[in-house]
Design a protein around this ligand. Structure first.
Ligand SMILES: C[S@@+](CC[C@H](N)C(=O)[O-])C[C@H]1O[C@@H](n2cnc3c(N)ncnc32)[C@H](O)[C@@H]1O
Length: 249
C-alpha cells in the first residue's frame, strides 16, 4: 500500500513539510513561474500536490492549477487552505499511475507541470515512472516544461546507506524499513513499504528523453533556494527541467 494513504503517516509528514519547507515555498514558486514561462491565465498540473503548498501560491498569481494526489488527507487540507486563501483549485484524488484516467475528458493542454519533493514520480520503479512521464508529456502544450525534483542517486551510491543495507545499489532503490513494533504502535498494525527508486542524473535524463522530452537539464535542488545551481554529488535532491517539443511536426 502507498504509505500516503495512511492518515497518520500523511498527517505526520504534513507537519514535517509545513515546518521544513512551507517557509521557502514563495521563493520556489517564483522560480517555477520564471522557469516555466507562465503568467496570469496559464494552466499548470501539480503532480503529488499534497496540501497545495505550491498550488495555492501559483493560484494566487493567477495560474489555473490542477492538483493530483493519492492522499485524501492531503487533499482535504489543500481544499481547506484554498478556501482560507479564497482561491480555486481543481483537485483530483488518485494514483498518478492512472493519470490519463484521472484527467479523462480534459482536452486543453497544460502550460507547465511540476512534481516537487518526491511526489509520486521517482517512487514507482523506472517502468512506471516512465509511463507517468509519457502521460504527463501527452497533457502538455507544445514547448511547455516539466520541473521535477527527486533524490540524487549520486549521494546514495556514495553513501552510508549502502552499509546500513537500506540502499539496494543493484536496483537503485531505497527501502525505508520501519521496525515491526512501529507499525503496531503508530499505524494500528497496518503495514506498508515505502520504496523509492533513486536515479543517477544520466538515468533520469534518459527516462525523460525516452518519454519524448527534450532540453533535459539537471541542477542541484535545495528547498527554498531553487536557482539552477550545479548539482553536487552530495546534494540530497536534484532538479530535472525538461521541455515538450515545440511543434507537432
Ligand atoms: C512529500 S509530499 C510533497 C507534496 C507537495 N508536492 C509539496 O512539495 O509540498 C509527497 C506527495 O506525493 C503524493 N504521492 C505519493 N505517491 C503518489 C502517487 N503514486 N500518486 C499521487 N500522489 C502521490 C503524496 O500523497 C504526498 O502528498
Amino acid at each position: 500500500m502507498n504509505p500516503w494513504k495512511n492518515e497518520r503517516f500523511a498527517s505526520e509528514s504534513l507537519e514535517a513539510i509545513d515546518r521544513q519547507f512551507l517557509p521557502g515555498t514563495g521563493q520556489e514558486v517564483e522560480f517555477i513561474i520564471k522557469e516555466l514561462g507562465i503568467s496570469i491565465g496559464s494552466s499548470i498540473l501539480d503532480i503529488g500536490c499534497g496540501a497545495g503548498r505550491h498550488s495555492i501560491v501559483l493560484a494566487k498569481s493567477g495560474i489555473a492549477v490542477t492538483g493530483v494526489d493519492i492522499s485524501s488527507k492531503m487533499l482535504d487540507e489543500a481544499r481547506k487552505r484554498a478556501e482560507e486563501n479564497n482561491i480555486k483549485l481543481t483537485l483530483v484524488e488518485g494514483d498518478i499511475l492512472r493519470l490519463s484516467e484521472l484527467l479523462n475528458g480534459r482536452v486543453e493542454a497544460f502550460d507547465g507541470a511540476i512534481c516537487i519533493c518526491e511526489s509520486g514520480l521517482g517512487t514507482l520503479g523506472w517502468q512506471k515512472d516512465l509511463s507517468v512521464l509519457k502521460a504527463i508529456y501527452g497533457y502538455l502544450a507544445f514547448g511547455a516544461k516539466l520541473i521535477l525534483t527527486t533524490y540524487n542517486g549520486l549521494k546514495k551510491y556514495r553513501g552510508e546507506m549502502i552499509k546500513a543495507k537500506s540502499f539496494d545499489y543493484l536496483q537503485g532503490s531505497v527501502h525505508w524499513r520501519l521496525p515491526d513494533d512501529w507499525y503496531e504502535e503508530h499505524y494500528d498494525g497496518e503495514r506498508f513499504k515505502d520504496i523509492q527508486r533513486v536515479y543517477i542524473p544520466s538515468e533520469i535524463k534518459m527516462l525523460c528523453e525516452i518519454a519524448g522530452f527534450g532540453d533535459v537539464e539537471i541542477c542541484g535542488c535545495r528547498p527554498g533556494e531553487f536557482n539552477r545551481q550545479p548539482l553536487e554529488p552530495d546534494d540530497i535532491e536534484m532538479m530535472v527541467l525538461c521541455r515538450k517539443k515545440r511543434t507537432g511536426k
